[in-house]
Design a protein around this ligand. Structure first.
Ligand SMILES: Nc1ncnc2c1ncn2[C@@H]1O[C@H](COP(=O)(O)OP(=O)(O)O)[C@@H](O)[C@H]1O
Ligand SMILES: [Mg+2]
Length: 139
C-alpha cells in the first residue's frame, strides 16, 4: 500500500487525517507519532478515537501517561512518552500487557523509545513547515 502523505491546513483537517488513518486499523495495531510540541499529534489522535467510535474527549495523556478509550469498535490505549525518562517506567506501567490487548495503541512522542515498538507499527512524522502548514508523513 502507498505510504500516506497529508498536507494539513487546519485543526479540523488534522482530525480528518486521523480518521483516514483509522480506516486501516485493526486490533493489535500500534500507531507511533513523532513531532514537536504543537505539531498535531493529539488532534490526529482525536480523529482516530472518533473514527473508531468512542465518544470520549481526547487530550494529551501527558500526566497520566496512558488514557484508555472504550465504547468504540476497538479499545484504544493512548500513550504520551513526553514525560517518561526511562523505558523501565513504561515497562512497569504494563507496556507489554497493553501490546497483548485486542485494541489499538496510539503513542505521542514514540520516537523517545522506538525500541519498545512491535514489528507491526505504523510510524507517522508530523511537522510544521516554514509556511506554517502541518504535514503528516507515513514512514
Ligand atoms: N494545521 C494544523 N494542524 C494541526 N494543529 C494545528 C494546525 N494549525 C494550528 N494547529 C494548532 O496546533 C496545536 C496542535 O496541538 P496538538 O494536537 O495538541 O499537538 P501535539 O499533541 O503534537 O503537541 C493546536 O493548538 C491546534 O489548534
Ligand atoms: Mg499532544
Amino acid at each position: 500500500m502507498a505510504k500516506l502523505f497529508i498536507d494539513v491546513e487546519s485543526e479540523a483537517e488534522m482530525i480528518a487525517a486521523g480518521k483516514t488513518i483509522a480506516a486501516d486499523l485493526k486490533a493489535g495495531d500500534v500507531v507511533a507519532l513523532k513531532g514537536q510540541l504543537g505539531a498535531g499529534k493529539t488532534h490526529l489522535s482525536k480523529g482516530i478515537v472518533a473514527a473508531l467510535g468512542s465518544a470520549d474527549e481526547v487530550t494529551s495523556p501527558t500526566f497520566s501517561l496512558v488514557q484508555e478509550y472504550q465504547g468504540g469498535s476497538l479499545p484504544i490505549f493512548h500513550f504520551d512518552f513526553y514525560r517518561l525518562d526511562d523505558v523501565s517506567e513504561l515497562l512497569r506501567l504494563g507496556w507489554d500487557e497493553y501490546l497483548d490487548e485486542d485494541g489499538v495503541i496510539l503513542v505521542e512522542w514514540a520516537d523517545k523509545f522506538p525500541e519498545v515498538m512491535p514489528e507491526r507499527v505504523y510510524w507517522f512524522d508530523l511537522a510544521i513547515e516554514a509556511d506554517g502548514r502541518h504535514t503528516v508523513t507515513e514512514r
